[in-house]
Design a protein around this ligand. Structure first.
Ligand SMILES: C[S@@+](CC[C@H](N)C(=O)[O-])C[C@H]1O[C@@H](n2cnc3c(N)ncnc32)[C@H](O)[C@@H]1O
Length: 435
């Protein structure tokens, strides 16, 4: 496999190519490199770059220079699979690296094209790129470190580059979990002991322990990766065991009404059903409905007793299952007490609001790790009427940012808001698997 690298400064690669596995891969004939500077494709005294058209500072690499370089390399080594390094490219992760390694294996010639200054004339990438890769949402001075990063990641998948192929397959980000903790001698270092199980010699137990630790570390530190990855049912339930218990409460008391009054609202059967079904789908433990009004409590009770009856169970088992997690309480205080009795810890209270003005301690929908690190159960508080009263908001540890789209209409029903919130908080997207 031949890899051409087109760059402004070739000397950056000197020690990179002469070190460790990449050096050995060349010695073994698995891969060879041909590094060319853009300057070699210019006339004497000609510049490789020119000022951008339009206002705004900066120099871009000229298209004819890149063209000459590409054509020369393809004449030498054959048609290439061309990868541009660009902050606007596809973000490099292990899934993309694995896909690219297939391309590296299928194609005899891969060309990595990296830029500097303000970048390249945009037409070059548009015309030539088979792939455009970014190493993250950061802007570096040039594409050479990204090129090296891409090579270090992709070449690990090329047989013969890394000694044991097995060590590539079972690493962070090669599946849904990050790597498990690894230990070697001494058994105790700086007062920290290697866990006994790791040295027990019981391979089955060690594997189980490693899988559990990997799942725990991923849930607590890389939840975004986890939920964008396909999991087996076993992996899913293992990961779920490290997510703290979540509860939701729908408030029909302590609610803002017209003219700034605070009071109660009436229950709606759709909210009871739909939030119960969403709670069940996303694994919330209980769905509390707070109303101090006895007649309202009776309405809920009547509905619940139907779904709890034999007729209800036979009519729709799933609905029975969802609705069975609904609990009626007269106040938020009672809800907190119930959770504390069940969990032995008081919950982190996350209120929801459609008003930006309520955001004294805001969190967004992707702050799970911050909340879960508190090692307490979590309670989402949903409002009815015109929203939660100031007293409830003040009692909360956090207030979720209002749900927004690209319009300025902001009037979701509470059951729709609940489903969106749960999906943003726990939803599995598997986006990485299908792109
Ligand atoms: C200073 S950057 C140009 C940034 C460009 N004007 C922009 O805002 O998208 C110069 C070059 O460094 C490389 N580069 C910078 N950041 C990168 C990243 N995150 N991933 C891949 N390449 C990057 C690219 O080759 C890029 O053309």
């Amino acid at each position: 496999m031949n890899i051409s690298i087109l760059t402004v400064f070739s000397q950056i690669y000197d020690s990179f190519l002469q070190t460790s596995l990449i050096k050995r891969a060349q010695e073994a004939g698995t891969v060879s490199f041909d590094i060319q500077e853009f300057f070699s494709f210019c006339e004497p005294k000609e510049r490789i770059d020119s000022p951008t058209f339009g206002h705004g500072a900066g120099m871009v690499i000229k298209p004819e220079v890149v063209q000459k370089a590409v054509e020369k390399q393809e004449t030498k080594h054959g048609k290439a699979f061309k990868i541009f390094l660009s902050p606007q490219g596809k973000k490099l992760d292990q899934t993309l690296a694995k896909k690219l390694s297939q391309k590296f294996l299928e194609t005899k010639h891969v060309m990595l094209i990296s830029s500097r200054y303000e970048g390249m004339d945009s037409r070059v990438e548009e015309y030539y790129a088979d792939e455009s890769v970014s190493v993250g949402d950061v802007v570096l001075m040039g594409g050479d470190v990204p090129t090296m990063m891409l090579l270090e990641t992709v070449l690990r998948y090329v047989p013969g580059v890394v000694g044991k192929q097995e060590s590539v397959e079972y690493e962070s980000f090669s599946g849904p979990f990050v790597d498990y903790p690894q230990y070697a001698a001494p058994v105790e270092w700086n007062g920290i002991k290697v866990p006994d199980i790791v040295r027990s010699g019981d391979h089955g137990k060690v594997s189980e322990w490693r899988e559990a630790k990997a799942a725990e570390k991923t849930v607590k530190g890389h939840f975004e990766w986890l939920r964008s990855h396909l999991m087996t049912d076993e992996q899913k339930s293992l990961a779920a065991s490290f997510i703290p218990s979540h509860y939701v409460v729908l408030m029909h008391d302590e609610i803002l009404l017209e003219k700034g009054r605070v009071g109660t609202t009436s229950v709606a059967s759709l909210d009871i059903h739909d939030i119960a079904r969403s709670s069940r789908t996303y694994g919330l433990k209980k769905y509390f409905i707070v109303t101090p009004l006895e007649d309202q409590q009776k309405i809920i009770q009547k509905l619940l007793s139907f779904w709890d009856s034999d007729v209800g169970k036979t009519y729709n088992r799933g609905r029975h299952d969802a609705v069975s997690r609904v609990c009626i309480e007269p106040s938020l205080q009672d809800v907190l007490k119930r959770i504390e009795e069940e969990e032995g810890k008081n919950p982190v209270i996350i209120s929801t609001s459609a008003q930006e003005s309520d955001l004294s301690n805001p969190i967004n929908y992707y702050d799970q790790e911050k909340v879960w690190s508190l090692d307490r159960p979590v309670l989402f508080v949903l409002g009815t009427g015109r929203g939660l009263s100031e007293k409830v908001i003040k009692k909360s540890d956090f207030v979720l940012l209002p749900i927004n789209g690209f319009s300025n209409f902001n009037h979701l029903s509470v059951r729709s808001a609940a489903a969106i919130i749960f999906d943003r908080w726990f939803g599995i997207s598997t986006k990485g698997e299908h792109s």
